[in-house]
Design a binder for this molecule. Structure first.
Ligand code: SAM
Length: 409
C-alpha cells in the first residue's frame, strides 16, 4: 500500500531506535522511514516529507499516540515538525538526549568502526541548570523577503521568521536581532564571546556601522588563561563552555611532557595550539596545519611570540605529503592532535598520520560516523582506540562531540 503514498500523506508507525542525523528509524512495509520529532518506543502519526528515494523515506511525527516517558514539552516549539532545523531533540528530556547520542556513537563505532564500546555522553557543567538553553555564542540567521530575521525551515530554502533563539547566550538574545529590519535575503551572523568581549554582528559577512570584524575570546584551562582573536565569520567552538572543556580533554589525552613534538591538524584560529604550546614549553614544538586563510591569520596573531609554534597554511593532506619528503619526517614518536570538519580526516590523512608512528593520536570529532570511518582506517595501520570521551556540546540538537585517544596496538 505504501506505493501510493507521497509527501504530505500520513500513517501511524511504531518508532524504533535513533540513528545518526537526529531521527529515529521506523519501517513501513519493510521500507526504512527516518522519523524526526519522535522517540524510540512511541507510536506516532507521521507525515511524509520525502518519498522519492528508493532506499528510505523521511517523515515528521505530527501526532503522538503513545508517548515515551522521555518526552517533554519542547523548549523550542518552532524547531518542531515543519519548523526550523537546529533544535530537533527539544522534545526529549536532557538526560535522554544524552542517552540518544550515546547510542548513536556506540552504533557508529560498532557498525562502521567494528568497535564494541559503551559510551557515556557527558553534559557541560551548568547546562542542566539552564535546561540546555543559552549556550550558543554564535548564531546565523537569514532575513526573509520582508527583512525579518529567521532561520531556514529544515531541509528547505524557506525562511521562518523568529521571535527569539533560545539556544543563544544572553549576549546575543539582548541584541534585538528579531525586532530589526534587515536587507531582504541578508545573512546575519551574531557572535557574543563567552569571556565578555562586546558582541559582533555581521551582515553578509560585513560588520555593521564600521564595527570591528573580530572578537576576543578568553579560555581558562590547564591552570592558565589563553587569549585569542577570532574573526566574526571564522570557526570557533559554539558552546560557551566548549573551548575550555575541549582544551582540558585534549591536554589530558595528549599527556605531553616539556620538549615533546606535537603535530596539530585542522588547527583553526589556534584554540588548541596555544595550550599545546604551553604544555611542550619553549624546548618543544607544535606544527599546526590549517587551510582557511582567515583562521591562519588569526592563529599567527594568537601564537605571536611562541617560538615553538610553526604554522603551516594549507590543506592537511598536501602539507603531510610534502612533509613526508623531509628527512626528519621518518623520526617516530610525538603526538598528533586532529580536529577535522564534519567529513572527518579520510583514509589518506589517517594513513599519513599513522606512517609518522606517533606515540598517541588525539582525535576531536564532531561527527561520530566520520570518526568511526577514520578509526577503521587507523586500525588498518596498527592504531587502536584506547580512550573515548563524549560530550553534549550541542544540547537540543543531535550533534555530539567526541575526544578519542588512539595508540599503537
Ligand atoms: C572543527 S574546526 C577545528 C578548529 C580548532 N581546532 C578549534 O577548535 O577552534 C576544523 C578546522 O579545519 C579546517 N579545515 C577543514 N578542512 C581542512 C583541510 N582539508 N586542510 C586543512 N584545514 C582544514 C577548517 O578551516 C577549520 O578551521
Amino acid at each position: 500500500m505504501s506505493d501510493t503514498l507521497g509527501p504530505g500523506d500520513e500513517v501511524v508507525l511504531e518508532v524504533g531506535p535513533p540513528v545518526h542525523g537526529g531521527h529515529c528509524i521506523a519501517r513501513l512495509d519493510g521500507r526504512v522511514v527516518f522519523v524526526r520529532h519522535a522517540i524510540e518506543g512511541e507510536t506516532v502519526r507521521v507525515r511524509f516529507t520525502e518519498t522519492a528515494k528508493k532506499g528510505y523515506w523521511r517523515a515528521d511525527a505530527v501526532e503522538v499516540l503513545t508517548a515515551s516517558p522521555d518526552r517533554v514539552p519542547s523548549l523550542w516549539p518552532v524547531a518542531g515538525p515543519g519548523g526550523v532545523g537546529g533544535g530537533e531533540l527539544a522534545h526529549v528530556a536532557l538526560p535522554a538526549q544524552r542517552r540518544w547520542k550515546a547510542h548513536v556513537v556506540e552504533d557508529a563505532l560498532r557498525r562502521i568502526g567494528g568497535i564494541e564500546r559503551p559510551v557515556e555522553v557527558v553534559a557541560v557543567p551548568d547546562d542542566d541548570a539552564l535546561e540546555g538553553l543559552g549556550w550558543r555564542t554564535r548564531i546565523e540567521l537569514t532575513a526573509d523577503a520582508q527583512g525579518r530575521a529567521g532561520m531556514y525551515r529544515h531541509r528547505s530554502h524557506d525562511v521562518v521568521p523568529l521571535r527569539d533563539m533560545p539556544l543563544a547566550v544572553p549576549g546575543i538574545s539582548t541584541l534585538g536581532l528579531f525586532d530589526r529590519q534587515w536587507p531582504p535575503g541578508a545573512r546575519i551572523d551574531a557572535v557574543a564571546p563567552a569571556g565578555g568581549d562586546r558582541p559582533l554582528v555581521l551582515v553578509n559577512g560585513e560588520p555593521v556601522r564600521g564595527e570591528r570584524r573580530s572578537v576576543r575570546e578568553f579560555v581558562v584551562a590547564g591552570g592558565q588563561e589563553f587569549s585569542y582573536r577570532v574573526s566574526g565569520a571564522g570557526f570557533w567552538q559554539v558552546h560557551a563552555g566548549a573551548p575550555a572543556l575541549l582544551v582540558e580533554e585534549v591536554l589530558a589525552a595528549a599527556d605531553l611532557l616539556p620538549g615533546q613534538h606535537v603535530l596539530e591538524l585542522y588547527s583553526g584560529a589556534g584554540l588548541l595550539t596555544l595550550p599545546l604550546a604551553a604544555a611542550v614549553g619553549p624546548l618543544g614544538r607544535v606544527d599546526a596545519v590549517e587551510a582557511d586563510v582567515g583562521a591562519v591569520r588569526d592563529a599567527r596573531r594568537n601564537a605571536h611570540g611562541l617560538a615553538q609554534v610553526v604554522l603551516h597554511a594549507g590543506d592537511v593532506a598536501e602539507v603531510l605529503a610534502q612533509a613526508a619528503e623531509e628527512p626528519e619526517a621518518g623520526a617516530p614518536g610525538g603526538v598528533v592532535v586532529l580536529d577535522p570538519a564534519r567529513s572527518g580526516a579520510g583514509p589518506e590523512v589517517m594513513a599519513a598520520i599513522c606512517a609518522r608512528a606517533p606515540e598517541r593520536v588525539v582525535y576531536v570529532a564532531c561527527d561520530p560516523a566520520a570518526l568511526a570511518r577514520d578509526l577503521r582506517a587507523a586500525a588498518g595501520h596498527g592504531y587502536e582506540l584506547t580512550g573515548l570521551r563524549a560530550f553534549d556540546l550541542f544540547p537540543h540538537t543531535h550533534h555530539v562531540e567526541c575526544v578519542a585517544l588512539l595508540r599503537r596496538a
